[in-house]
Design a protein around this ligand. Structure first.
Ligand SMILES: [Zn+2]
Length: 441
């Protein structure tokens, strides 16, 4: 039984025990933030709350939210770190940056213990996928300032795995390493996994047959929680693929387990989740809403009620694995920041990926939101598999138009280009372009 869980006591704790632990950690975080973070001291005073008034987890709702814009503005006004920091500067050990689409990214600082908390909860996820000490792990990322795979690297090391560093290597060198060394676990973005397999295929290499990878895990994008994308990665590597949703500012907060029941567990002893509807009221099992996290472990930047802008669905079923941690259906379902409105209909890029990926003839795709003949339009550009004939490309286009129309509820334009004409991605993919200059009412 214990072999399935890294920390069975926490992963299978009763609700009463978990609530006790969360309450104790939350009160400690709040006292710490109020006493040592100028940002939170101001914020709590402005809201008229003191830590003494907060006794239970329900009292958390008396506290104001924290947003990413607020943190970015704080760092812009008080460069370079802002004044959220609640420990002496000499105590910080790591800095990571969020990946920003606009403006300067947010810089996030951690103490030694904060950093341990981040990668240790991540290690618990890797263990839940089935990663064990004898595994050899390749974390294929650029070794830049993003936290996702640095923490994965340390997490694998935390489990005692041999970690094979490939940061500065080219894709060809990484393929060579996968063939030459007994690498059994691969971590990278879903887009990069598909790119790596495609690059190997061009050299006549089938990584599913010639490599030894048995587990892949993916973060940075929701791909591994989209069934068709996950199935492609699994076929390309002959491995089981797992999704790991995370947030630089909070934690590598979730994981799918080896029961593969379509549920994402949350490390709720590290970060307390609230799922709130549009009026900021908590939703129960079966409900959908925005995920809001309060950090229960980070001391350098102890975020309180941080709005993730991620939409999730609270599960109303138990996972067969036996974990009692709160579970979400299918990971992050939508990001509020990615939402687009087309002719009155709300469209999320993730939904488009769900509809496009099941088509075997699609190697890569791009989504362009544009104004076409005075109307909003979605153009889906397809990079087809080189093996398709002209007639097969026409058939693919017709099927995509139909599936997208049914799935999105609006008609979209599909263009089939030449094989290899669209960009490939080694970090987070940028498949979405919005060319509209005027915002329609
Ligand atoms: Zn489970």
């Amino acid at each position: 039984m214990a072999a399935r869980y890294l920390e069975p006591r926490l992963e299978r704790s009763s609700r009463a025990e978990m609530t006790r632990l969360q309450t104790r950690r939350f009160k400690e975080q709040l006292r710490h933030a109020y006493a040592h973070s100028p940002f939170y001291c101001r914020k709590l005073k402005a809201a008229g709350v003191t830590p003494a008034a907060i006794r239970t987890l329900d009292d958390l709702r008396k506290l104001p939210f924290t947003t990413k814009d607020e943190l970015k503005e704080n760092q812009a006004v008080k460069p370079p770190w802002g004044d959220v920091l609640a420990v002496p500067f000499a105590d910080v050990l790591r800095v990571h940056m969020t990946s920003a689409t606009t403006g300067r990214p947010l810089a996030f600082l951690d103490t030694r213990e904060d950093w341990h908390g981040f990668y240790h909860s991540y290690a618990r996820s890797l263990y839940a996928y089935g990663v064990r000490r004898p595994d050899v792990v390749m974390a294929a990322f650029s070794y830049g300032p993003w936290i996702g795979y640095w923490s994965g690297f340390y997490a694998a090391q935390d489990l005692g795995c041999l970690v094979f560093p490939v940061g500065g290597l080219t894709t060809d060198q990484r393929i060579d390493a996968l063939l030459s060394y007994p690498i059994t676990v691969l971590g990278c973005t879903p887009s990069y996994a598909l790119f790596l397999a495609e690059a190997a295929g061009k050299k006549g290499i089938d990584l599913a047959k010639q490599g030894k990878v048995r587990i892949t895990w993916h973060t940075g994008e929701p791909g591994a929680s989209i069934p068709a994308t996950k199935a492609r990665i699994e076929a390309a590597f002959g491995a089981k693929a797992f999704d790991l949703p995370g947030l630089t500012e909070i934690a590598a907060w979730g994981f799918e387990c080896d029961a593969r029941a379509g549920l994402t567990h949350v490390h709720e002893d590290y970060c307390y989740p609230e799922i709130l509807d549009e009026q900021d009221r908590p939703v129960g099992p079966g409900g959908r809403g925005e995920l809001v996290f309060t950090s229960l472990y980070r001391k350098a930047m102890p975020l309180i009620r941080y709005r993730t802008r991620d939409i999730v669905h609270v599960a109303d079923r138990k996972c067969p694995c036996g974990r009692t941690l709160i579970a979400l259906e299918g990971g992050v379902l939508a990001r509020l920041d990615d939402m687009k409105k087309i002719r009155g209909v709300i469209v999320y890029p993730r939904r488009i990926e769900e509809l496009v990926r099941p088509h075997a003839g699609v190697d890569e795709f791009q989504i362009v939101f544009r104004r076409h003949e005075g109307l909003d339009d979605v153009l889906i550009r397809i990079d087809p598999s080189p093996s398709l004939s002209g007639a097969e490309r026409d058939g693919l286009r017709a099927r995509l138009v139909e599936d997208l129309r049914t799935g999105l509820g609006i008609r979209v334009t599909v263009e089939i280009g030449e094989p290899g004409s669209l960009p490939r991605w080694d970090h987070k993919a940028k498949r979405v372009k919005d060319e509209r200059t005027e915002v329609p009412f």
